[in-house]
Design a protein around this ligand. Structure first.
Ligand SMILES: Cc1cn([C@H]2C[C@H](O)[C@@H](COP(=O)(O)OP(=O)(O)O[C@H]3O[C@H](C)C(=O)[C@H](O)[C@H]3O)O2)c(=O)[nH]c1=O
Length: 193
């Protein structure tokens, strides 16, 4: 697995190796031991999610779960193509309000690690795009929160008119949002990579 730092400290791009043969390929899409060998210890994953978005331009986000059920997420694209975004919302962080986005697709096999304390959202760039993502805490609707997709200055792509859920359409702007997260210093792995 290749591990790439991003311009947003804490957020990583992981790219598993694909072993090809006449049938197709095999890939270890997640292996804790491989990451540990590289000095990256992620919290334990306890829930896997899978969502499919039929229309191009479907935008899900920007979401978080507040403590005590804050979630880190490792996102990968099983089918199609999407632009996946993380936003730092840890009060006191040197990168508070900053975002990073990566194009994830079945073809490029890229995964995005988004730690707890960051918003997560994505917009689809192909029809019938599916994402599968691992979460470090269980679903807790009472801790569910969101920030408006268009209030962070994210470049989602030209001329986007997103398909949003009613919840996402009514989310508060980042400027009006009081984050439940506080910066606790850099993640251990930041210095090791
Ligand atoms: C997240 C979640 C949702 N649900 C139920 C609740 C609703 O009845 C239905 C759809 O939920 P929602 O509209 O919140 O789904 P998304 O808009 O895809 O939200 C997710 O997408 C963004 C990008 C994320 O990072 C989060 O994982 C999550 O917020 O699934 C569950 O039963 N379990 C869950 O873990």
């Amino acid at each position: 697995m290749y591990i790439e730092k991003t311009p947003l400290p804490g957020v990583l791009v992981l790219v598993p190796k694909r072993i090809g043969d006449a049938r197709g390929f095999f890939s270890e899409s997640w292996n804790r031991k491989t990451l540990l060998a590289a000095g990256v210890e992620l919290p334990e994953f306890v829930q896997d999610n899978h969502s499919m978005s039929a229309a191009i331009g479907t935008l899900r986000g920007l979401h978080f779960q507040s403590p005590p059920h804050a979630q880190g997420k490792l996102v990968r694209c099983g089918r199609g193509r999407l632009f996946d975004v993380a936003v730092d919302i840890r009060k006191g962080s040197p990168t508070y309000g900053q975002w990073y986005g990566a194009e994830l697709s079945f073809e490029n096999a890229r995964q995005l690690w988004i730690p707890a304390g960051f918003l997560h959202g994505f917009v689809t760039r192909e029809a019938d795009t599916e994402i599968a993502y691992k979460c470090t805490d269980h679903y807790a609707p009472e801790c569910d929160g969101g920030v408006a997709w268009d209030s962070v200055g994210i470049d989602w792509g030209d001329g986007i008119k997103p398909l949003l859920s009613a919840k996402d359409a009514g989310a508060p702007a980042l400027a009006d949002f009081d984050s439940p997260f506080t910066y606790a210093g850099p993640f251990d792995y930041e210095a090791r990579l």
